[in-house]
Write a protein that binds this ligand. Sequence first.
Ligand SMILES: [Zn+2]
Ligand SMILES: [Zn+2]
Length: 353
Amino acid sequence: MGPPKFEIISGATLGEPNLYAIATNEHRVLLDAGQDYAGPADACFLSHAHLDHAIDVEKILKKIPALMSRNTKDYLQQSGIQSDTASLFKFHTTYEFGDISVTPLPSGHLAGAAMFFIEAHEKTILYTADFCLHELEGVEPIQYPQTDVDLLVCESSLSNLRIEENDLTINLEKLKKLTEEEGPTLIICRRMGDLSRVETVAPHFLKHENCDGLLRHSDAIDYLKTPSQIVVAGNLAPSSASSDLAYRMLSNPNAKIILINGVQRAKDGIKLMKFARRSRIKWGPYAGRLRAHVFGISLRNHPTREEVVDFTKSLSPKKVAIVHGPDSGRYAIAKQLSRLGFDSVVPSSGDII
Ligand SMILES: [Zn+2]
Ligand SMILES: [Zn+2]
């Protein structure tokens, strides 16, 4: 029989797609679908709809059942990812696959986002996926297991940000101030989760939920002609509607372009953030001076480094594996946890715990 194995197939380091599995001699259950999986497995549980966790669920669904929350299924449909044949799971309900049982619990990261409590051969494992310890508008707060956890597999996406860059209240306040100033303002955020949070600060802004998806439609062309105060969901990819809107503003010294969360860390987001004012830039079809003001704002829905440490202390697992974070941040957390007496590891993708 032997103890169950937690497989880190991909996702140890930030930037890698997330795919993990819990396996016994007879069964294997996949956790997340950030990439396809060729081996045998009974089922796949999706933690949430962000693409680094979900993009290959279409491929996986052709082979095995996939289970997800209602919200996750809706978000995927909106992003054009086929998940019609996926089954829905309920939070706090235990699903059994032979000698492995999986219980989804709310993770507080995004509407319908889950962490998974796993039991097999009297061992317990908590895979957090992405989680958030403070409450977010419209998101069910985190509920983690009250029973003993043998192995905690914990995300650490934000473990490298400084705390002040990371303070949600300050950043929301900053965003609110920017939206109250004069001048055309474009806010670009991701469709899933971020849009509804930005709306609470900028209710008077025009909103376009499916900006990039509508590029080919004639109504979008009209819409793109006169941006003034507008919040769009997009990813700033080359020749997308969101980048098209941004191009229109680059030469306007009164304009503000605000990139929220992942958009500022996307390739073209980083580029745009980096261009100094008045320098000559080449960005997409635009060549000239960047006169608009570009801001990046983090509205975090992940734990800070300190929160990961506190979270681990409160669960008091026998072993903790720090995944889905920048390596330097992961090592820093593991060091702190080791000092506190925890058996902590910083795995690589391909490792089995
Ligand atoms: Zn996420
Ligand atoms: Zn993630």
